[in-house]
Design a binder for this molecule. Structure first.
Ligand code: GFB
Length: 319
């Protein structure tokens, strides 16, 4: 097991939802946490990242930085998603390799798997079929990151591993309706509907796709667990087993927010992949399990949303 005590751990992307959860989790370890804001370090800039790694000398790198977004952002901005993610991954992974970092954990996404992969999706399903078209650009960038880590591990014998989380939610999520994922979007829409006394809640697509949701604090715990205990070229799925249809999720959100309304499905919007439940036998076999049930996680995230809205942290929610 890798001892983190006394180590310098760089969380690349520490201001994001996953990165900030990693920082919260690492505060329980006796390690030095290295962070850098976007103004201090542009992760797409290979030269700047190289100088940062040369100067700060992390022992461990957790690569949580990425350009992320929901289904609409992914298909509306394919160039940004493929280019920025490849730039960030190449800068950080190459600098860590060049400066002899021994341990790096790369975070991918469950959209790396084929659109119609057999369910639950095993790690071996990677590259066995066509990707979901709404997010293939992002998926290709993430697959490249997995392969970079595998290659470094194979050629240099360093622990550059990859974790594939399912759909995440939690504090610090994005509530902009054009670029957000479904869960924060439904919270923002349900909250607005309740405030305005509206009787309809618009849900994109047919409501039938299934998604597995995990609280980001569970995900951060799993990432630290894998970083300390897992060494292998095969990436590892990080799932919660908590799968619902989008219509079920919308009803759950209405319950938590206290909204009574009719669900209206906007079929002009895409459904995306029909289902992407992860097989987590590998992670479970190593001894890790999630601990935050979806309903409980939703209720706590709604409280955070109310707080962030009241304090002005959530400013723009564009319909
Ligand atoms: O979370 P989401 O945007 O992304 O959408 P994916 C999930 C499902 O929720 C889709 C539906 O079927 C959407 O049509 N949905 C219903 C909504 N109402 C809404 C809404 O108001 N906003 C949004 N955004 N969706 C993303 C990928 O896929 O998931 C990324 O594009 C990444 O690459 C990420 O993998 C985790 O789950 O479809």
């Amino acid at each position: 097991m890798l001892e983190l005590s006394g180590k310098r751990v760089w969380v690349a992307g520490d201001r994001g939802m996953v990165g900030s959860a990693l920082v919260r989790r690492l505060e329980r370890e006796q390690c030095e946490i290295l962070t850098a804001s976007r103004a201090q370090l542009d992760l797409r800039d290979g030269g700047a990242v190289d100088r940062f790694v040369a100067d700060r000398r992390p022992h461990v790198v957790l690569l949580a930085a990425a350009k992320v977004g929901g289904i609409h952002a992914n298909y509306a901005y394919p160039a940004d998603f493929i280019l920025e993610n490849l730039q960030i991954e190449t800068s950080v992974i190459a600098a860590a390799d060049r400066h002899g970092v021994e341990t790096l954990t790369f975070l991918g996404s469950s959209c790396i798997y084929p659109r119609l992969a057999e369910q639950p999706i095993r790690e071996e399903a990677l590259l066995t079929g066509p990707l979901e078209p709404t997010n293939e650009w992002y998926a290709i960038a993430k697959i490249a990151g997995v392969k970079m880590c595998q290659a470094i591990m194979r050629q240099r014998g360093r622990d550059f591993i990859s974790a594939m989380p399912t759909n995440l939610y939690g504090p610090g999520d994005n509530y902009d309706l054009q670029s957000s994922h479904v869960l924060p979007a439904l919270i923002a829409k349900a909250h607005a509907a309740k405030r305005e006394g509206a009787r309809r809640l618009v849900v994109w697509g047919t409501g039938t796709p299934q998604r597995e949701f995990m609280h980001v604090d569970d995900c951060a715990d799993a990432i630290v667990f894998l970083t300390q205990r897992y060494s292998g070229e095969q990436h590892v799925n990080v799932g919660s087993g908590q799968e619902v249809t989008i219509a079920e999720l919308a009803r759950l959100v209405m319950e938590v927010v206290g909204l009574e309304a009719e669900l209206v499905f906007d079929a002009s919007k895409p459904d995306g992949t029909p289902r992407k439940r992860l097989d987590t036998s590998c992670l479970e076999g190593l001894g890790w399990r999630p601990s935050i049930p979806l309903r409980e996680g939703l209720a706590s995230v709604y409280q955070t949303f109310l707080h962030e809205t009241a304090s002005g942290e959530i400013k723009a929610i564009h319909p």
